[in-house]
Design a binder for this molecule. Structure first.
Ligand SMILES: Nc1ncnc2c1ncn2[C@@H]1O[C@H](COP(=O)(O)OP(=O)(O)O)[C@@H](O)[C@H]1O
Ligand SMILES: [Mg+2]
Length: 377
């Protein structure tokens, strides 16, 4: 694989009246040809600034950005011009010309690039077909649904035949069903056209659905990066753990634990991680079901897949002789990550009732309170 986008110790500082804003700090990243690379972070983390450094819309303050073997940082507008057609970009608000028809919107970059009329027409026809909007060629943006508008945005971004597509929160203005449609279109662009996609989002479900690798940004820094499966299976940074928890929802909150403790008196509550190799669900079920003198009731949990590999967690209420339960817990520890929810912890957590972050607080950029799920780990 070859690297198509590379950040070498890149920083970007904005000078504002209230002081310097360190939007991107000391970022090192390599994005490989043909992958879908996610960048996730709360609002204000520096994601949009990071993508604007890729297409040279913003100059770097220090470090070096290399795109398709050209050093972008420090290039003049004139020297950037031949590289721009290699990089398409789509936006949350679509950024379409309201006074131009769908076909004219898509043709716009081709007109700028000096394509003649016949070539433009042929290309627009091809693109409309690819995004499934052939019958909307003469419509105007206001006549389209959000999903259709974004498909026009995508067709326009693809017009000049780029090798890279930058997608900045491109589904944030869409409902869940339309989001899925647009994500599936991005998948086709990656599969069929072979484009490398950099996908900016604040939703871990999108990363899970689409990305090969992901970088987690916080306050301008990349705090963690890796394959999506590894990030889901063993997140190390607290921000990453919170994002993973928003997507998996497989571990009980403190409130749920209290309810489980009340409805299973005498049981010991234990949560075990389910993974592909170490800690498969079969291995865990065999241990829990096959221990003499211990009965394990499955009381909470979920298993999903990330890139067709299983991931999740199961919470059991274990009853039986304390010594035997101890032995089972030790055996479980040998095959996977185990958390025992001790009665005093479950009770203590009732005292500091922290609100669960709502989706709205993520969107509007306020940092959500520490998630209850995380505290339960
Ligand atoms: N042109 C600018 N001038 C000053 N500050 C900016 C500018 N663009 C972004 N910022 C600041 O940089 C930080 C990162 O912003 P941004 O890259 O838009 O984050 P994100 O896309 O993750 O929400 C924020 O604090 C934002 O206010
Ligand atoms: Mg942004």
């Amino acid at each position: 694989m070859s690297t198509v986008i590379s950040f070498d110790d890149v920083s970007k500082t904005f000078e504002a009246k209230s002081g310097d804003v360190h939007a991107v700090r000391n970022v090192c990243l390599d994005i490989e040809a043909g992958e879908i690379f996610g960048v996730i972070g709360w609002s204000g983390a520096g994601k949009s600034t990071l993508v604007r450094l890729i297409n040279g819309l913003e100059p770097v303050t220090s470090g070096e950005v290399t795109v398709l073997d050209s050093t972008i940082s420090g290039l003049s507008e004139r020297r950037l011009r031949p590289i721009r057609p290699e990089i398409g970009m789509i936006f949350q608000q679509f950024n379409l010309f309201t006074s131009k028809s769908v076909a004219e919107n898509i043709a716009y970059p081709l007109r700028l690039a000096g394509w003649d009329r016949a070539k433009r027409r042929a290309r627009v026809t091809e693109l409309l077909q690819f995004v499934g909007l052939t019958d909307k060629a003469r419509s105007y943006p206001e006549q389209l649904s959000g999903g259709q508008k974004q498909r026009v945005g995508i067709a326009r971004a693809l017009a000049s035949g780029p090798k890279i597509l930058l997608a900045d929160e491109c589904t944030s203005a869409l409902d869940p069903e339309t989001t899925r449609e647009v994500l599936n279109l991005l998948r086709r662009i990656n599969d069929e056209l072979g484009l490398t996609i950099v996908l900016i989002t604040h939703e871990m479900d999108i990363v899970k659905h689409l990305c090969d690798r992901v970088a987690v940004m916080e306050r301008g820094e990349v705090v963690e990066q890796g394959s999506v499966y590894d990030i889901f299976a063993s997140p190390t940074h607290s921000t990453t753990r919170r994002f993973v928890a928003t997507s998996l929802r497989d571990t009980p909150t403190d409130a749920t634990l209290r309810a489980l403790a009340a409805s299973h008196p005498g049981g010991r509550l234990v949560t075990v991680a389910v993974r592909e190799e170490r800690g498969s669900s079969a291995e865990i079920s065999n241990l829990v079901g096959g221990t003499d003198g211990v009965s394990g009731a499955l009381v909470y949990g979920g298993i999903t897949d990330v890139g067709q590999r299983p991931i999740g967690s199961l919470t059991y209420s274990l009853t039986g002789d304390d010594e035997r339960v101890d032995r089972l817990v030790t055996q479980l520890h040998a095959v996977t990550d185990v958390v025992e929810h001790l009665p005093e912890d479950v009770a203590a957590s009732a005292e500091d009732l922290t609100p669960t972050p709502s989706d709205a607080s993520v969107v509007d950029g306020t940092d959500p309170q520490t998630d209850e799920r995380e505290a339960g780990r």
